[in-house]
Design a protein around this ligand. Structure first.
Ligand code: DC
Length: 226
């Protein structure tokens, strides 16, 4: 199987890049942030908006979370309900980052993603894909952009989805998540030595996809796999 791993901070455009690459390579794109968001949704729906470690440990066994693909679209199924459309709210964004620091959550996550990668040609994006989940991925990318550019993208995405927020809220939220995601003890967001770093602050999605596609094809050619 060919696995392409992409990491980067929130709003760096990992999702759009992974979608674009998945289309060009005809691979599946697995968005791993959605798994944490799914757990956050389940925890919130169990009545905990700011859960402790013990509360998470208590609730987790009752959350049966699965990733499914329907007509190429990723769905998060929680206890047989499709919860995908509820996962982008700011409250879920915040809580997913908070709960992602706990080992019990990360173990479940690791199981789901490694199992998926072992039987699919795929592009997987997240925070620790290049470092922990797929340390032997065929290609590793670290995608970044300035804080302001990322906050503006997230703000516009929210508006287009009728999610009410201000730019300042989104920027503050983003800074808080960046800090937590890169300073946590387990599997923090970081650039590994064999990843290619791409800053797309000044690039369109198409330019980013084309640039990364060419880099990957070149490397796979050299490996004799493409
Ligand atoms: O990519 P995203 O914004 O949908 O991710 C939501 C949160 O999930 C993010 O703040 C941190 C966590 N996450 C993680 O810890 N590891 C991953 N591989 C993906 C996401």
């Amino acid at each position: 199987m060919i696995n392409i791993a992409i990491d980067g901070p929130t709003g760096s455009g990992k999702g759009a890049l992974a979608d674009g690459l998945a289309e060009k390579f005809n691979f599946i794109h697995l968005d791993t942030g959605a798994i944490f968001r799914g757990f956050a949704y389940g925890i919130l729906n169990s009545g905990y908006s700011d859960p402790t470690k013990e509360e998470i440990e208590k609730i987790l066994p009752s959350l049966n979370l699965k990733v499914k693909f329907e007509e190429g679209k990723q769905k998060i199924i929680l206890n047989n309900d499709d919860i995908t459309k509820w996962l982008r709210a700011e409250q879920i964004s915040k809580l997913s980052s908070k709960i992602s620091v706990y080992p019990i959550i990360r173990e479940k996550f690791l199981e789901i993603v490694q199992e998926f990668a072992s039987c699919n040609n795929c592009i997987i994006d997240g925070r620790d894909i290049t470092s922990v989940v797929l340390p032997n991925a065929d290609y590793k990318l670290f995608l970044m952009a300035s804080e302001e550019v990322r906050a503006k993208r997230r703000y516009e995405e929210n508006l287009s989805k009728n999610i009410s927020c201000t730019y300042e809220e989104v920027l503050a939220n983003l800074k808080e998540r960046d800090y937590r995601d890169s300073h946590r003890e387990i599997a923090p967001l970081k650039v590994v030595s064999d990843a290619t770093v791409v800053d797309n602050s000044e690039l369109s999605i198409k330019q980013t996809v084309d640039l990364c596609y060419n880099l990957i094809v070149e490397k796979l050619k050299n490996k004799g796999e493409k």
